[in-house]
Each structure stands twice: as C-alpha cells, then as structure tokens.
Design a protein around this ligand. Structure first.
Ligand code: NDP
Length: 295
C-alpha cells in the first residue's frame, strides 16, 4: 500500500512510518520541510494528491510546548496546524482522479468532558464545551466530509507514551532524580496509550477494509489509571520514589489556566469500538508499557 502521512516526521509519525515500512508499505510524508520521501503542503495544494492508497494526518503544533505562551496567536497556530492541514488533505482526496481507499485522522480524547466518574466510549457525546473539545469537533468535521470517496477513520488518542518524545520525555528527568509526583490532586483520570499501540491501531485501520468511524486510542486499562497511579508506576519502573506532588497553581503558572486543564483534569475513556474491531493491544497495562519505555 502507498501511504501519504501528513506530519509523519513527528513523534507518532516516526513510529507509524517504521511499522508501515516493516509491513511492506511505502510511506511519503507531507511536511513543512523538504527532504527524502517528502512533499510539501504547498506542493499538495498546487498539484493535488500524489497517487496513493491511503492517507493519514498527524500534523499539529505541540500543544504542551512549555516554551510557547498560551495566547491568541499560539491558539490560532494550534488550531490551524490541525484543521487546515486536515482540510487540505480532505480536499486533495475529494479531487483525486484515483482516490485513496482509506483516510485516517488522529485527534484527541479532549473531545470528552473531564470527569472522575463518567466513562466514555466512542458513542458518548462531547465536542462542544471548551477550547479543546471544540478543536476536536472542527478537526474531525474537516476530515469526515460527506461523500468523501475514501473510507474515513478517526482515532481519538490519549496521552501517547513512548521513548524519545511526547509527554514522558518532559517528565523523565524529575522522576529520575526522585523529584517526580502527581500533578495537582492526582485523582484526575490519565488516559494513555503506548506509541506502538497507537501506530498499531492506525495500521489496523488502514488495512481493515471495512473499518470506519471513530476508534478510541487508549489502552484497555486506561479508564482505571489516575494521574497519581501513573506517577507511582513511573517512579516504580525507574526504582525511584514519587513523593512530591506538583501543585495545581504551579502547573497553571507554567502552562496557563486553559491549557493546564489537559494536565489537571482527565477522562476515563474506554476503547470499545477499537477492541470490537479486532485490534489486539501489545501493551494493555501501564506497568508493562512503562517498563518497555524506561528500560
Ligand atoms: P508532534 O508534536 O511530533 O508533531 C507532528 C508533526 O506536525 C511535526 O513533525 C510537524 O511536521 C507537524 N507540525 C508541527 N507544528 C506544525 C505547524 N505549526 N503547522 C503544520 N505542521 C506542524 O506530534 P505527535 O506525533 O506527538 O502527535 C501527532 C498527532 O496526534 C498530533 O496531531 C497530535 O495533536 C495528536 N495527539 C498526540 C498526542 C500525544 O500525546 N503525542 C495525544 C493526542 C493526540 P513537519 O515539521 O514535518 O511539518
């Protein structure tokens, strides 16, 4: 299969590219920068979709970049890097002479309203209560255009855990020094997935000819993981204590109140359709996932 991956140079994209190539697929990235096996977004808009069998979009400005202040300009970049790239790909798919068969978009579990009690499946309502939920709604609406010639799948991902990037790369050094701990109360749910499973679910969606609609990209044990449990398990995997909670005010001071919601609140998300679709998780449990990452 020839697969075109928007944002394929990033953390998830690198894992996906490796998996797809290991399964004999050809991968081309759409990127802001030129390079081998890449095309630019301008080229895509100008010349249309290159011949391919499937398209994935993973492009997006890093929301939790601690070096970027949470202001209007950054919010616009966070939105447009996701929604505009998705619209560009959807338009190219709609206009292709030989359209691809599959079109997969990765969004986030921020679609569901944070709660310590509610459990959400792919059928649960959401998408209309704060900045992140509305972002996911417009991002998904940009992809799932009625009449699209390609089979559409949206993967709503939790926090992606893996080596060499993502949220865990910023947490590792304080935890290694024994200075890690839960964020805020630590009671908030912590929806997570191992990077090999997120890449695996995307690959499963591309290769399963009849699969379409929304899949939750979280581990099966994710609904029972709180931020406090995560801190304890990460510390245990590193052989360190996790005694020092990071107060909520400090998280808000670094990230800004609106963005801090992503860290101080969370959702209990169940991968119901993902499991029903026949996907077998490599890392269903947190301790196994963390041992793999920090070993
Ligand atoms: P990365 O932060 O690694 O970024 C992915 C790619 O997006 C980059 O390699 C870059 O490609 C492109 N990109 C970055 N900023 C911009 C911009 N301003 N405009 C256009 N393109 C840009 O993301 P991840 O791999 O971690 O995540 C992939 C997708 O999954 C993202 O959309 C993210 O929102 C979503 N997601 C990720 C989670 C996580 O925990 N990592 C959790 C839930 C959802 P290039 O430089 O080649 O243009």
């Amino acid at each position: 299969m020839r697969v075109l991956v928007g944002g394929g140079t990033g953390f998830v994209g690198r894992a996906l590219t490796q998996l797809l190539r290991s399964r004999g697929h050809e991968v081309t990235h759409v990127s802001r920068q030129g390079g081998k096996d890449r095309i630019s977004w301008e080229e895509l808009s100008r010349s249309g979709l290159p011949l391919c069998d499937a398209v994935v979009n993973l492009a997006g400005e890093n929301v939790l970049n601690p070096f970027r202040r949470w202001n209007d300009a950054f919010c616009r970049e966070v939105v447009s890097s996701r929604v505009e790239t998705t619209k560009t790909l959807a338009k190219a798919i709609a206009g292709a002479e030989q359209p691809p068969r599959a079109w997969v978009l990765v969004t986030g579990v921020g679609y569901y309203r944070p709660s310590t009690t509610a459990e959400y499946t792919e059928d649960s309502p959401g998408g209309d209560f704060d900045f992140f939920s509305r972002l996911v709604s417009s991002w998904e609406a940009a992809a799932l255009t009625p009449g699209s010639p390609a089979r559409g799948v949206v993967v709503r991902s939790g926090v992606v855990l893996g080596r060499g990037g993502g949220a865990i790369s910023q947490m590792l050094w304080p935890f290694r020094l024994g200075l890690g701990g839960p964020l805020g109360s630590g009671l908030q749910p912590f929806p997570w997935i191992h990077i090999r499973d997120l890449a695996g679910i995307i690959c499963h969606a591309l290769e399963s000819e009849h699969l379409q609609g929304v899949l939750n990209g979280v581990a099966p044990s994710s609904p029972s993981t709180s931020n406090g449990t995560f801190a304890q398990e990460l510390a245990a995997a590193l052989g360190r204590p996790a005694l020092l909670p990071v107060p909520a005010w400090a998280v808000r001071a670094v990230f800004g109140a609106e963005r801090a919601v992503m860290l101080l609140e969370g959702q209990r998300v169940v991968p119901k359709h993902t499991l029903e679709s026949g996907y077998h998780f490599i890392f269903p449990d947190l301790s196994g996932a963390l041992k793999d990452i920090v070993a």
